[in-house]
Design a binder for this molecule. Structure first.
Ligand code: HEC
Length: 173
């Protein structure tokens, strides 16, 4: 049985190699430069090592949130048309909230699938701080930046995921 599935795998691999060798070259486009990849690769992972310089507090986030987010998420981050941001189901990592805001908020209305505008980095920190504050996880004047944000612990996180933030929690700088 084991040998059989090994043989199947070998055949599949061979087939893939043959297909690849046969695929035509269209001479269209070019390989993107590292800078071009960086411009679209904005994902920030659990450890927060990709976070850019900048900072913000919940206090600074209040006005931006009211102006750009409240009509969809509610003035307090609760009970409006779209996702509640004050919730028991927060993302397990604060850096994911940052990443989500940075890459895709605020959405446009009525074209909800489209982003309306790009926020600046300090606004993204301030808005993330605002959401964490409203969820009772940080103080209103606590500064969120590349070092402090990954250290905010989301209490509903499955402890088995803690290892993903270790690289930065152990940092001494
Ligand atoms: C026009 C409506 C609209 C506006 C304005 C808007 N959002 Fe959203 N937001 C959404 C929708 C819809 C989703 C769910 C999107 C998805 O899952 O792809 C969402 C999801 C989110 C999430 C992820 C929540 C989760 O648990 O996955 C965050 C965080 C967020 N928004 C923050 C903001 C912030 C901060 C602003 C203001 C800068 C903002 N949003 C403005 C509609 C909006």
């Amino acid at each position: 049985m084991r040998e059989q599935s090994f043989a199947m795998l070998a055949i599949a691999l061979l087939a893939a190699m043959v297909l690849q060798a046969q695929s035509p070259t269209y001479h269209l486009g070019r390989t993107p430069t590292p800078d071009e990849i960086k411009a679209v690769d904005t994902y920030v992972g659990p450890s927060g090592k990709e976070l850019p310089p900048g900072s913000g507090t919940a206090k600074q986030g209040v006005a931006v949130f009211a102006q750009k987010c409240a009509h969809c998420h509610g003035v307090e981050g609760k009970g409006e048309k779209y996702l509640e941001l004050v919730t028991r189901e927060l993302h397990p990592f604060p850096t994911t909230i940052w990443s989500m805001i940075n890459s895709s908020m605020p959405r446009s209305f009525p074209d909800i699938g489209v982003r309306k505008e790009q926020l600046n980095t300090d606004q993204v920190y301030a808005l993330t701080a605002f959401i964490l504050f409203k969820n009772g996880l940080i103080r209103e004047d606590e500064v969120m930046d590349a070092k402090t944000l990954p250290r905010v612990r989301i209490p509903t996180r499955d402890p088995s995921l803690d290892r993903l933030v270790q690289p930065i929690e152990g940092r001494t700088d």
